[in-house]
Design a protein around this ligand. Structure first.
Ligand SMILES: Cc1cc2nc3c(=O)[nH]c(=O)nc-3n(C[C@H](O)[C@H](O)[C@H](O)COP(=O)(O)O)c2cc1C
Length: 177
């Protein structure tokens, strides 16, 4: 089986998640290629399974991942598909998690896929209050930072929500489908 992972990232946390998913698939006998969605002319034809995922910023996937899904809509209807999103929501806040699931996965499936994916994964990402941001992002991050501080979280270092066991289990289950 050949798998292709196409990911979108702005701050690099999704890159590592894509790599980990790829590693698990390889361990389970897949041939795997991993491509940044910014790469031009990604050809889905040689693959049996296509996994597409994106980090979330202000409620949205990266425009390149959406373009990839849109452009390949017909071709992907003949393939096994999996979707994942990387965001600031965690299972600790069930309501926020459900909303994220709807916004970042269910809506994407509805809009861009012609059939249900074999798997969808919602993963926590990395929130780095001290990274360099543009003006808009800086304002958002100021609010996020305050919110984290109110929850007693140390904002002097990146807040890494990635649960590698969860990511690996998801990929393992995906490999078995
Ligand atoms: C400016 C900014 C806006 C964000 N907006 C959202 C959001 O709307 N919803 C959410 O769940 N997470 C949000 N996040 C958290 C990101 O999804 C998280 O940092 C993720 O790891 C980003 O993926 P990337 O590093 O691959 O770009 C935001 C982060 C930043 C820096």
């Amino acid at each position: 089986m050949k798998a292709l992972i196409v990911y979108g990232t702005r701050y690099a946390s999704t890159t590592e998640i894509a790599a980990e998913i790829g590693k698990v698939l390889k361990e389970n006998g897949f041939e795997v290629d991993i491509k940044d969605s910014r790469q031009k002319d990604i050809d889905v034809e040689p693959y049996d399974l296509i996994i597409t995922g994106s980090g979330i910023k202000i409620g949205s996937w990266t425009k390149e991942t959406l373009k990839f899904l849109e452009k390949n809509k017909e071709k992907l209807s003949h393939k096994k598909i999996a979707l994942f999103a990387v965001c600031g929501a965690t299972r600790d806040d069930e309501k926020q998690y459900q909303e994220a699931q709807e916004k970042y996965l269910d809506n994407i499936q509805e809009k861009y896929l012609t059939k249900p994916p074999v798997a969808m994964g919602l993963f926590g990402g990395v929130i780095d209050p001290n990274a360099k941001y543009g003006i808009m992002d800086k304002l958002i991050m100021k609010m996020v930072k305050k919110d984290l501080e109110n929850k007693g979280i140390d904002t002097t270092k990146p807040y890494d929500l990635r649960d590698w066991d969860e990511i690996r289990s998801w990929a393992m289950e995906l490999a078995s489908k």
